[in-house]
Design a protein. Structure first.
Length: 254
């Protein structure tokens, strides 16, 4: 049985927790969570006697030390991360440190912000004949450098649905790189604190991406979705898939 669960709790809405994640949170003896990125309401299902530890001001070494100590006392630990664990969660170093301490770990995936935002927008990011690829990326920041081969301009050349994380402080540079390949009128969804109580989403042309970001004073917890698929929201148009077309035959329908 795992001693530590690392849980992706989604972008902020407790209703988007997986059933498994909610169950573990409800039974954990100790909960460590990144309070700068996770709203307190995620803890609504925590046991009243659970020890709640905020980690936004702690280093990796301090976090691991707390976990090792509590595991030594026979307690079950839930370590919460925002969004999904596969994206910008910095869990690899934690897993390595815990395994080195002979502590068993289990990962529980969560909903990513781009999925929650697309649901709020009521848009499919892979529309037949328009776009069939989704790219998830970020600009280079102080904590993490993006490899040269993944330069934003080179990714923009595909004109796919591009979900840009952690970019509010770099939006001017990002917009310039995107405009090298996307037309200025390409729709951009600017998604602020998706899943939080004060969530806001604006859909604007790519040419206004910097303007709106500055006007709304967005500096963090913001994601951008740049996608030809978003045009269908403004135009009220629809491209039909062949999957359910009456003339389309497949294994289960002749």
């Amino acid at each position: 049985m795992p001693q530590v669960y690392i849980i992706g709790v989604g972008p902020g809405d407790p209703d988007l927790l997986t059933v498994k994640g909610q169950r573990i949170i409800a039974t954990a003896d100790v909960i460590l969570y990144a309070d700068s990125l996770i709203p307190d309401r995620i803890l609504a299902h925590a046991h009243p006697d659970a020890e709640i530890i905020k980690t936004s001001d702690r280093t990796l070494e301090q976090i691991i030390s707390i976990i090792v100590e509590r595991v030594g006392l026979g307690l079950n630990i839930a370590r919460l991360h925002s969004g999904d664990l596969t994206l910008y969660s910095a869990i690899s170093e934690q897993i390595h440190a815990l395994k080195a301490a002979n502590i068993t770990v289990e990962l529980v995936p969560g909903i990513s912000a781009f999925q929650a935002a697309a649901a709020k927008l009521q848009v499919e990011l892979t529309v037949p004949e328009i776009v069939q690829t989704i790219i998830l990326t970020r600009p280079t920041g102080r904590a993490s450098a993006v490899p040269i081969a993944e330069d934003l301009a080179s990714l923009a050349a595909h004109r796919s649905s591009l979900c840009l994380y952690l970019a509010a402080r770099h939006v001017k540079t990002a917009q310039a790189q995107l405009l090298q390949h996307y037309p200025p009128e390409t729709p951009v969804a600017i998604c602020f604190r998706v899943g939080w109580a004060d969530e806001r989403i604006w859909v604007v042309p790519l040419s206004e991406m910097v303007l709106v970001t500055a006007r709304e004073n967005l500096v963090r917890t913001t994601m951008y979705i740049i996608s030809p698929a978003l045009a269908q929201i403004a135009e009220g148009t629809q491209t039909r898939s062949q999957l359910y077309h009456p003339q389309h035959q497949h294994l289960f329908r002749n």
